[in-house]
Design a protein around this ligand. Structure first.
Ligand SMILES: Cc1cc2nc3c(=O)[nH]c(=O)nc-3n(C[C@H](O)[C@H](O)[C@H](O)COP(=O)(O)OP(=O)(O)OC[C@H]3O[C@@H](n4cnc5c(N)ncnc54)[C@H](O)[C@@H]3O)c2cc1C
Length: 424
């Protein structure tokens, strides 16, 4: 390893937060010859990383990087340089070189082949240690030390018997994450630190989050999960987006991948006091006409059966009473007695089951944070602050966020990589 910097105080780098971006930035900075310390507030590094992708860690997405613009909802242009400098292929190669093979699944989602997020976390920690990075846990950074618009170090707060401490540094990289899932340590501290350096903070809000519904349907179906459902969102009557996949009914409303990935539109709509409606198409493979023919055929063929019996072929068992209640058909009626108006009501239930969205769940249940450190104050080619020399940002603390599918971790890795390689 060649050292690009002379041995001196000018060599000291502090990384604030040992998440995806911090671990990448720190290891890269150490490879450049820096003396790197990561200060992590929690008792161990990478807690959020270890629960990503339901414990399997969807590290990136294998689509061409040029297509990421469709999935990065906020400030894609700002991220473009970083995404091309350390691309999805680079992320896969990086982990493969560590001996962690990857697999690509549905939706081009990339996971470690072992299916264990812990392998990614441990791989990153070991790589950092091998590069000489010190990781100090139980060390919440509470203040930045700045002199003449230059970074000079950080101050950590007291944690039980560990006293507060000053760490002098020539470069500081803030990788504290967003405000989603604060139990993992990412609770919005980075915004305060950035604001103390004069950075503007874009309003912070939950972006990928379960939704609260206003009618009785979801609580009655609590626990039921539907696959292959088309989910559409309407804001003030206008269709804004559609997703296809799995959803789950909960005691408060709707969750699951298809809902989470469409939720940002709901949050924006609700925050703008608009009417937000989610519509479920439970039979997306059939258009209205095809579905009507299928219903007619079933009703004719099984005319002597009770109508509720016929529904068993169309709906999960748990949904049948709810369906009957909504379409107002007596379950004991014979299938042959169902008239065209009633058939239409069933068709609407199957193709356009509507939910008024009245709210969204708190940050504690959100996957990512929209908003954060305004990107105008950050140089996209280095991730350095345009206000304070030697101060850098990477990862979710910035006003960047994306859909599910591995894009958020790719953002963290790419921006961490750029920051770590741009310090000298
Ligand atoms: C349940 C869940 C599942 C997810 N699954 C995926 C997925 O599969 N794929 C994907 O792409 N994205 C996923 N995400 C999103 C992804 O985890 C984040 O976007 C990503 O971790 C952000 O990386 P980061 O390094 O910026 O922040 P984080 O990974 O959140 O790390 C920030 C670190 O900073 C520390 N910290 C905070 N404040 C301080 C302080 N003052 N002093 C010291 N340390 C501090 C925190 O303790 C934390 O360790 C998921 C998120 C959640 C909540």
């Amino acid at each position: 390893m060649t050292s690009l910097v002379q041995e001196s105080l000018d060599n000291k780098v502090i990384v604030v937060g040992a998440g995806a971006a911090g671990l990448m930035a720190a290891g890269q900075a150490a490879l450049q010859g820096a003396e790197v310390t990561i200060l992590e507030k929690m008792h161990q590094p990478g807690i959020k990383l270890s629960i990503t992708g339901k414990g399997r860690c969807n590290i990136t997405n294998a689509l061409p990087v040029s297509e990421f613009s469709k999935f990065i909802k906020n400030n894609y242009k700002f991220l473009k340089y970083a995404l091309h400098s350390f691309s999805n292929q680079d992320v896969m190669d990086f982990f493969e070189q560590m001996g962690i093979n990857t697999i690509t699944e549905r939706g081009y989602r990339v996971f470690p082949a072992t299916g264990k997020a812990a392998d990614i976390v441990n791989g990153l920690i070991d790589w950092n240690k091998k590069n000489g990075v010190r990781i100090i846990t139980h060390s919440p950074v509470v203040a930045l030390i700045m002199e003449n618009n230059k970074i000079a170090g950080v101050k950590t707060g007291r944690v039980s018997r560990i006293p507060e401490k000053i760490y002098k540094a020539y470069r500081v990289i803030i990788t504290t994450g967003g405000a989603a899932y604060p139990s993992t340590g990412s609770d919005g501290d980075g915004y305060k630190l950035a604001a103390s350096a004069g950075h503007n903070i874009e309003q912070v809000r939950a972006a990928l989050v379960p939704l609260i519904t206003g009618n009785f349907i979801a609580p009655r179906l609590q626990g039921l999960s539907l696959k292959n459902t088309a989910v559409s969102i309407f804001i003030d009557g206008k269709k804004i987006a559609e997703r296809f996949g799995e959803l789950v009914f909960t005691h408060f409303g709707l969750s699951g991948p298809a809902i989470i990935s469409i939720s940002r539109y709901a949050v924006e709509g609700l925050n703008a006091n608009s009417e937000v409606v989610i519509s479920l198409d439970l039979k997306p493979a059939l258009d209205d006409k095809q579905l009507d023919s299928r219903l007619l055929r079933d009703l004719n063929e099984k005319g002597k059966q009770q109508f509720s019996n016929l529904l068993k072929g169309l709906l999960p068992r748990k949904m049948i009473p709810v369906c009957l209640e909504l379409i107002k058909i007596d379950p004991s009626r014979k299938a042959s007695q169902i008239n065209s108006e009633e058939r239409k009501r069933l068709r609407v239930f199957l193709k356009n089951l509507k939910f008024n969205i009245t709210g969204y769940r708190p940050f504690s249940e959100a996957i990512v944070t929209a908003g954060g450190v305004n990107i105008k104050g950050i140089n996209p080619k280095t991730m350095e602050s345009r206000l304070i020399e030697g101060l850098y940002f990477a990862g979710e603390v910035m006003d960047v966020d994306a859909d599910t599918g591995g894009f958020n971790l790719q953002i963290a890795f790419s921006t961490g990589w750029v920051a770590g390689n741009s310090l000298f």
